[in-house]
Design a protein around this ligand. Structure first.
Ligand SMILES: Nc1nc2c(c(=O)[nH]1)N[C@H]1C(S)=C(S)[C@@H](COP(=O)(O)O)O[C@H]1N2
Ligand SMILES: [Mo]
Length: 563
């Protein structure tokens, strides 16, 4: 006697179901992240994938996404749009994995299970899919706060559930419905369609509830945006530092165009980038000690008080992330105070074989700095204060290093140890394919075309245009603006806070009504022009010119209008 009639559901139906079931899986992983600091696998997978792919490919993918998001009017500023794009790609990739896995499962089951049930096949398959994802997560995720044991249990549970649901759906479709003898093919089709609709509804419901729950549980993923307090924004005319002391260029004659970013970034608004997506390291200032070990005559372990008693230097410094896009917000300027690293070398006395420092952060980050570089450059400092205050926790309390002319990735925060070593090796991001040198690329940005500050001079209407230009410690000799692809016009340069900060530029354009394109470029102090060719941030930092489009119209003459 034959068992119940079985069908072989199509492989594409398996793909559909695999994809559908992955949506609630994502939602549940999201809730786990928010509630218990468990890893969010889609982002772990994306990070891993992004690192094994050739850099330009992934950058091109993200740039395309950004263009789509901007074109749809869904993004505001470029950095949050880039994050949005990354996350969207990450989630899509995860769903695609689910689709392939579902199709594969149905194909396998169609071969194996023609003669009946294979209980446990779903759970087993779920684990097979989950295992590489879990391994990737353990390798790459340093932000999850949950205990590793809990993580393992979590992965076992969620993938068993996902696999079981897949198996259940397969069985449901493979087993004939108890319809009458004369059941027609069309009855089957209707039954299958209804099943898929109900499954779609159920997965959608779980996904929405899970995502909603995750959202209200309120932990923010990833590198947090700078926190801005409304009052501090939107004026470049801050002539004092955070403590109210006049800035060194307070008397500079060139004033920023209205709408230019603050020349001195309020510390609370300074960008933050690091490998931590969850909480910040917990560091106790009273018990903190910095060990400097390895190839030294005089190993030390200094408290913060020891370090603060040493000779110190202060400098106004602009720092940027290597992943700052053209005109991005991952750049800021403040006053750094610390101990010259040359002084520290004098104290510890590296041995003959010593070549480099390996500096580690409390988050597991590390970078190498060559001793030759320190000996050549007295400006390299072990920094303990920003804006005359101890470093904010998010910006590296209690100690971080400053290396002029290098992107942030070469400059560890939360320093908890320095080892003097024999060779200069690739640091955290260099091992992951980013530039070994990480020398800052020259950049210039239009912050404002101040259409609300149009003014008249000698019968000519002028619109102030302004922004920043920066080339690490290499200085800015010229900034030029081109309007509607016309000839390059030289802008005025405001005296900078220091050789290591950005320069505020300004150009007052005798404008014409209508829509215009504005483009900016700069020249370094030694005459080197800014690189005009567009390249993405990976692996060496972005190049290319910034341009904006703006529509201008002359203000109504002499009528006071409220705005
Ligand atoms: N310990 C540690 N230091 C770090 C990082 C990190 O992830 N961990 N990120 C680096 C990168 S990529 C940048 S751009 C700067 C950012 O410093 P900020 O967050 O204070 O702006 O820190 C650098 N130092
Ligand atoms: Mo960075």
């Amino acid at each position: 006697m034959k068992a119940k009639a079985r069908r072989r559901p199509a492989v594409w139906v398996g793909g559909l179901i695999g994809g559908l079931l992955t949506l609630p899986l994502i939602a549940i992983l999201f809730v786990g992240e928010r509630l218990a600091g468990l890893p969010f696998l889609p982002f772990d997978f994306f990070d891993w994938f992004a690192r094994i792919l050739p850099g330009p490919l992934i950058t091109a993918g993200i740039d395309t996404m950004i263009e789509v998001i901007l074109a749809l009017g869904l993004g505001s500023d470029l950095d949050s749009t880039a994050k949005l794009a990354e996350r969207f790609i990450a989630l899509s990739m995860f769903v695609i994995i689910g689709i392939f896995a579902g199709a594969l499962f149905f194909a396998i089951m169609n071969r194996l299970a023609a003669d009946g049930r294979r209980t446990g096949a779903g759970v087993f398959f779920g684990w097979i899919v989950g295992l590489p994802l879990a391994l990737i997560s353990f390798d790459i995720n340093i932000s999850a706060t949950a205990d590793p044991f809990l993580r393992i249990l979590w992965f076992i549970a969620v993938f068993a559930t996902w696999g079981s649901a897949l198996y259940w759906a397969y069985e449901r479709l493979a087993t004939s419905v108890p319809v009458s003898e004369d059941a027609t093919a069309s009855a089957e089709v209707i039954d299958r369609r209804q099943f898929l609709i109900r499954l779609g509804g159920a997965t959608a419901a779980i996904t929405v509830v899970g995502a909603g729950l995750g959202a209200v549980l309120g932990r923010e993923f990833g590198t947090s945006a700078p926190t801005s307090t409304g009052e501090e924004t939107a004026t470049a005319l801050n002539l004092t530092d955070g403590a109210g002391n006049p800035l060194p260029n307070a008397n500079a004659s060139v004033m920023p165009a209205p709408g230019t970013r603050p020349e001195y970034t309020p510390v609370s608004q300074h960008y933050r980038i690091d490998i931590l997506s969850g909480g910040l390291p917990s560091i106790d200032a009273d018990t903190y000690a910095l060990p400097i070990t390895g190839l030294v005559e005089n190993p030390v372990e200094w408290t913060l008080a020891d370090i603060e008693e040493m000779p110190s230097v202060s400098a106004f410094i602009t720092m940027s992330c290597i992943s700052n896009r053209i005109a991005g917000s991952l750049i800021g300027t403040t006053k750094w105070t610390g101990v010259p690293m040359q002084h520290i070398l004098d104290q510890i006395q590296p041995t003959e074989e010593a070549q480099a420092l390996r500096i580690t952060g409390a988050d597991g980050f590390d970078e190498f700095v060559s001793l030759d570089l320190i000996r050549e450059d007295e400006r390299i400092m072990l920094c303990y204060a920003w804006d005359d205050e101890p470093l904010p926790l998010k910006n590296g309390f209690p100690l971080r290093i400053h290396i002029p002319d290098r992107y942030g990735m070469k400059q560890p925060k939360w320093i908890n140890g320095i080892e003097v070593v024999e060779s200069h090796e690739p640091g955290y991001w260099v091992r992951r394919g980013w530039s070994a040198e990480a020398r800052v690329k020259a950049t210039s940005v239009i912050d404002t075309v101040a259409s609300d500050a149009i003014y008249e001079e000698n019968g000519q209407m002028l619109v102030p245009i302004g922004g920043i230009a920066w080339a690490g410690d290499r200085g800015v000799s010229k900034v030029e603006i081109s309007i509607d692809e016309g000839p390059w016009q030289e802008a005025q340069l405001r005296e900078p806070l220091s050789q290591r900060t950005w320069v505020i530029w300004r150009y007052d354009w005798p404008f014409a009504d209508g829509q215009h394109t504005f483009e900016v470029r700069m020249v370094e102090e030694d005459g080197t022009p800014q690189i005009e060719e567009q390249t993405g941030v990976r692996p060496d930092g972005a190049t290319g010119l910034h341009s904006v489009r703006e529509t201008l119209s002359a203000p109504e003459p002499e009528t006071e209008t409220a705005s």
